[in-house]
Design a protein around this ligand. Structure first.
Ligand code: NAG
Ligand code: NAG
Ligand code: NAG
Ligand code: NAG
Ligand code: NAG
Length: 512
């Protein structure tokens, strides 16, 4: 069946039972996971048809959007297997996991032990052989998800060069914002956000060290969840720093992102210390129980106006966000306005806070460990990659962007006095800043516009959810709800309540 007749079929069949669902989807294009789950269990759709649809959309749109680096050559095979498993399950098909048979894209820094490469967008890692699936991939496969391919990203999660553009990598090219092609899609999980936004896949996985899920989610009108550090395993993820790295879902709705979150959280013996420590945060029965329409009722939400609601030069956006704050109030939230984070300017400055100093040294250490554990690889150390770039200047666009961050990281020599001082600084800034504010006012969450709060959350390992909030001359901007470690249940209640009260997301319309 071709893409268009499948689309038409679903437009008709989904219309009939759309009332069952909270996602307001009437066609395959915006179909959410529960739509797909139902269509599968009622024999109205197969995973093969769905994968064929997405492969068609990728071949149509990717030449422009460049959000996918590689397609899994076994995706249709995996789909057939899912369809067989569903048939074998007979009447109990609806009891299969929500992700069963659902295609998912993985950011290209997440290892898969299959025909796909894992390269962080760099030619230097092409041909490297990973020891095993990343921890989150093992969990996704167990849930029955279909790995559709690898999403593009800012090369090396933006750790090579300050000048390198968001969403650009040598292997992937320049990822584009599907709402306004000339506008920054943000990064570094750019392809994960773009692909979901443009309906090239159902859901995706991104990673965040400092804004890399929240920012592209905001810029592409999708929902991104940045989990508490350790809630999801980082094993098999090309690292920046295990102190800040986290793996999280991107979806078109809060519900979809939460279904993926449910599948990927939990202990992994290859990231044992962090995932064991965070396991206490995982609620019995999973996260979907917090998808409550009245989720905002009674929540205490703080507002840091400057700089997070500073729209001095943009009255339209200022008005849109004031309306959203009013919506939060009308839905029963108590807003604690005009609160402050101590030393916020220092925290937001990568250099001044000590974050740069800590991350550079940690990056070299953890990347070298990742490279060393590869079964086979053309590069084994950061130094090898620097030399690869020097030897392949055209391929890696070295003249245009350089590799200043790589060089600065290579220059570090473990965690010494400077780094220890920086790390102590980061702990103190977090304790006296975000933590003190949240506790002083007994806040459930902080609400901010866009994603610039990401730096505050990064240094403390705190979670957040970005939800579509407005369009500024067609360019999406999200609103971000953040909280203390393990506060995902409350953040989900708040984000879902906000989403259902506003329903801002609309698919990009430039697309043919
Ligand atoms: C489904 O039905 C087939 C044959 O009708 C049977 O062999 C199989 O065991 C059933 N599967 C389950 C999970 O009940
Ligand atoms: C992985 O890279 C190799 C080149 O080393 C290429 O031949 C292969 O097609 C790539 N895999 C996929 C799934 O694109
Ligand atoms: C807001 O941003 C402008 C520049 O865009 C700056 O001049 C101003 O001090 C900031 N703060 C407030 C409270 O307006
Ligand atoms: C941090 O320092 C680097 C190197 O000195 C510099 O290039 C960069 O602009 C600085 N960043 C900020 C935010 O000040
Ligand atoms: C620690 O933070 C202070 C501001 O509170 C800043 O002046 C100082 O440079 C930072 N120290 C390090 C090692 O980064």
């Amino acid at each position: 069946m071709n893409v268009y007749s499948l689309s038409a079929l679903l437009a008709i069949s989904l219309f009939g039972w759309s009332y069952i669902d909270t996602c307001h989807a009437f066609s395959i294009k915006e179909a959410c996971i529960s739509d797909l789950h139902l269509a599968f269990s009622q024999n109205q759709l197969t995973s093969r048809q769905l994968v064929e649809f997405y492969l068609g959309e990728i071949s149509r749109l990717n030449p422009v959007l460049k959000s996918v680096i590689e397609i899994n050559p076994d995706a249709l095979l995996e789909a057939d297997r899912a369809d067989e498993e569903r048939n074998d399950a007979n009447e109990s098909a609806s009891s299969l996991s929500m992700l069963h048979g659902v295609p998912i894209l993985l950011k290209d820094n997440i290892a898969t032990k299959d025909k796909l490469n894992t390269t962080a967008g760099s030619f230097s890692l092409l041909g490297s052989v990973v020891p095993r699936d990343a921890g989150v991939v093992t969990k996704l496969r167990k849930a029955g998800a279909i790995v559709l391919g690898k999403a593009s990203l800012s090369e090396w999660a933006h750790t090579r060069a300050l000048k390198a553009p968001n969403g650009w990598s040598p292997r992937g090219g320049q990822g584009k914002n599907p709402y306004v092609l000339s506008v920054d899609p943000c990064g570094s999980s750019s392809g994960s956000a773009i692909s979901v936004a443009a309906n090239m896949v159902s859901v995706s996985i991104g990673t965040e060290t400092r804004g890399s899920i929240l920012c592209p989610a905001s810029s592409n009108a999708v929902v991104g969840i940045k989990p508490t550090v350790g809630l999801t395993s980082r094993a098999g993820v090309i690292p920046v720093t295990s102190r800040q790295d986290t793996v999280g879902p991107i979806g078109r709705t809060v519900t979809d992102a939460v279904h993926v979150l449910d599948a990927i959280v939990g202990f992994d013996h290859n990231d044992a210390a962090a995932t064991a420590a965070a396991a206490k945060f995982i609620p019995h029965g999973g996260y979907t129980q917090f998808l409550k329409v009245d989720g905002l009722n009674g929540k205490r939400i703080g507002i840091v106006r400057d700089p997070f609601f500073n729209f001095t030069n943009n009255p339209a956006l200022a008005q849109a966000f004031e309306k959203h704050l009013q919506t939060l109030r009308l839905q029963g939230a108590l807003l604690v306005d005009n609160v402050k984070i101590a030393n916020l300017e220092t925290i937001l400055d990568f250099n001044l806070s000590g974050e740069a100093s800590a991350v550079l040294a940690e990056f070299k250490i953890t990347l070298n460990v990742y490279l060393k554990e590869l079964v086979d690889s053309p590069v084994r150390t950061l130094s090898d990659i620097i030399i690869f770039n020097q030897k392949n200047p055209e391929l890696e666009m070295l003249k245009e962007f350089g590799q200043d961050i790589f060089l600065a990281a290579e220059f570090t020599n473990g965690i010494g006095e400077t780094e220890l001082k920086a790390l102590r600084n980061l702990s103190r800034l977090t304790r006296n800043g975000f933590v003190k504010l949240m506790k002083k006012y007994k806040l459930d969450a902080l609400v901010t516009a866009g994603s610039s709060v990401a730096a505050v959350l990064a240094i403390g390992g705190f979670p957040a959810i970005s939800v579509p909030a407005a369009y500024d001359k067609g360019v999406p901007i999200g609103t971000c709800f953040s909280g203390l470690k393990g506060s995902e249940p409350k953040l989900i209640e708040i984000a879902y309540g906000f989403e259902q009260a506003t329903l801002i997301r609309k698919p990009p319309t430039f697309l043919p």
